[in-house]
Design a binder for this molecule. Sequence first.
Ligand code: AHR
Length: 658
Amino acid sequence: MNIRTLFVGAIALAATAAYAQPVDRMVVEAGKIGAAIRPTMYGHFFEDINYGADGGLYAEMVKNRSFEFPQRLMGWDIFGNVTVEDDGPFDRNPHYVRLTPPAHPHMATGIENEGFFGMGVEQGKEYRFTVWARGAGQSIRVELIDNDAMEETQVLAAQDLTLDDAAWKRYELRLSPYRTDGKAHLRIFLTSGGTVDLEHVSLFPVDTWRGRENGLRKDLVQALADTKPGVFRFPGGCIVEGTNIETRYNWKNSVGPVENRPLNLNRWHYTFRHRFFPDYFQTYGMGFYELFLLAEEIGAEPLPILNCGLACQYQNDKPEAHVAVCDLDPYIQDAIDLVEFANGGTDTEWGALRAEMGHPEPFGLKFIGIGNEQWGPEYPERLERFVEALRKAHPEIGIIGSSGPNSEGPDFDYLWPEMRRLGVDLVDEHFYRPERWFLASGSRYDNYDRKGPKVFAGEYACHGAGKKWNHFHAALLEAAFLTGVERNADVVHMATYAPLLAHVEGWQWRPDLIWFDNLRSVRSCSWYVQYLYGNNKGTNVVPLTMEGRPVSGQEGQNGLFASAVWDEPAQSYIVKVVNTSDAPRTVEIAFEGLKRSVSLGAGTCITFHSDDPDADNTLDEPTKIVPVEGAVVPEGNTLRAEVGAQTFALYRIPAVRK
Ligand code: AHR
């Protein structure tokens, strides 16, 4: 974490600053400990978009490792005598390459993989190469190379491997590059006179998250864990739906031995004509098992979203593209089986698979989402079948329905009542909206129906008008909006910013929470907002008002947004104030209704600000804009503070027994 600490002077700022401008007086009703903040708050939305999985979080460095891409050698350069065969040892990934000796001993036969925009390898680190191969007595050389090297040699690391079996067998060796390179390739070539077959050619850093072999990139998982996420939504997003039903995310294809998980298309390869990525596929190497495990290890509730029998309605909305209602049974069974995979005993079919994969204990699944961005009557009529069956088979599982792709409008107005009729537990709302929407939506949830389904703000981000990239101002407005989410904790139970990850050379969609290249990653300003909320979510809402009204950027509120919570374990109040105006504001926060036996102690103040509203952190300057921590001392029961223009300020004030 990169919060800067600034102690000197902060007390003076809070206690003795000359308050030139008029004071904005807020009241925290400190004795009214209100609705519980759900532990599921402030989570992550994960989808394989922007090379978020293959080429990103999933640490595999070889692209098209099983030679199953439709162009079988995509990602590979070949030289000499190489053929693709199709009777390999893995029935769902049958292709492999055959390396036959060249015509002349001075010639060479081999293959070279380009990775995902190259391969990031670091000096002093080890990389685990594995391959399924056959060819008794034959040998190959395995190298990490830098084709652009100006040095004497292209070779960054090399090992020889001798095969000792005529049958298929898994081999492993380690490569340790003598220098760092973000664009390395993997080269394999024959060094003996006979034929060698190669399948599932794989290269991972040894140093993955928790050292797992089929592992995840450590820096990226750490960035997820650091926000203390309450929920982890996966695997999307639109890839849940697929361009057609056949290419939907099929969780059953994503579990079991990694070598035999069949390849799927990734719709983000062709969704945007201005950003085509023809080499973007889903290997399912990081499948549902790995995603459940990840959720567990970052301390978040797992939240899988499943296909509801509809293909992506943006891409394919003819009735015949979808599963007829009368044919939904296998899809409903997939949902029921998923609960068994996650929670079932090891004596059940799917629970046994989970145990075989390494996790005999249940994953403790509590929620399932059915459908992503659907619309029209075709959605509720399908969802109804899922709800009936799931309620019967697993009444303990919360069901999440969708309100469509928009935060308001005809689809939204149609679907919300339908979700109430079907009695789902939560409704997934999506809003990628511009600044003016975020500024106007601080009160969005104040008047929501308290009796119906709760809200899952399942995909949201501020998309600057004419500025569709990450920048501080967008993050500031997300912070402002979230004060309204926090104030309405009784109705909003989950919220996940989207999308989560983006490769700087392979993105289709921005803004995104975390950016990376093959060696580095950077936490955006929006990430810091999630971090500040996730680490300061408290346990209960406490009413906070200005002249009797919630502070939600309303007329006469000087661009201020604010909310307050009580943190029971820390016995502290946490107040969040966002000043979206261009002028600093002097804020006086009176804590009314404190017990006589309690007083306010010295606390901390964290401020998040950038002088340049268009700036963000970058790979080269990852900590350009980070929160700054200082100290505050209330005067009696009142906290006075100056909140700078365009600043998110967060105060943690302990309640101290006298
Ligand atoms: O987050 C990117 C995409 O936005 C998601 O896949 C989809 O659900 C939404 O349209």
